[in-house]
Write a protein that binds this ligand. Sequence first.
Ligand code: 5GP
Length: 179
Amino acid sequence: MHKDIQEILFTEEEIQLKVKELGKQITADYAGRNLLVICVLKGAFIFMADLVKAMDIPLEIDFMAVSSYGVTTKSSGVVKIIKDLDIPVEGRDVMIVEDIIDSGLTLSYLIDVLERRNALSIAVVTLFDKPARRTVDLEPDYKGYTLPDAFVVGYGLDYAEKYRNLPYIGILKEKVYSN
Ligand code: 5GP
């Protein structure tokens, strides 16, 4: 697993500090509200778990799964709900927890769905942002790091369902997905 990594971008310790910072910020901004936190599966599952522990406010969590890249590293532009929410969003303050915003297609689709379901407010927190690759006009409300245009794995993020359990974030060697 580790031998497939070209470079470690963020260590486990660095990520933990960043997530605590984000949690503190969100805690301050959402004081007195009852947030519904939505984890976009599967890539955001570790971030979500660490983030909610750093949010000192009453909240509920739910999960949503949308179609991903499959075994390639490019977005197809086609988004499909694979697992829907259990908790109704109507009239709720919701926060979407994403791992990475790349083209932004996944997120703009999700925001659209939640708007149509009459959420009271919709905020987005992403651990990583790749603004250089954006094809839709979209800015997260909270973000951890801006990433270069490279394919990263670890801390929940996969390549072909592998590497999610790496505690750090690294760039995958190109030869892993080019053959
Ligand atoms: P978008 O719709 O913004 O193009 O794609 C967002 C999704 O693509 C992310 O939630 C993530 O699952 C996946 N993704 C985008 N960039 C990367 C990357 O560098 N590594 C991994 N593992 N997944 C990525």
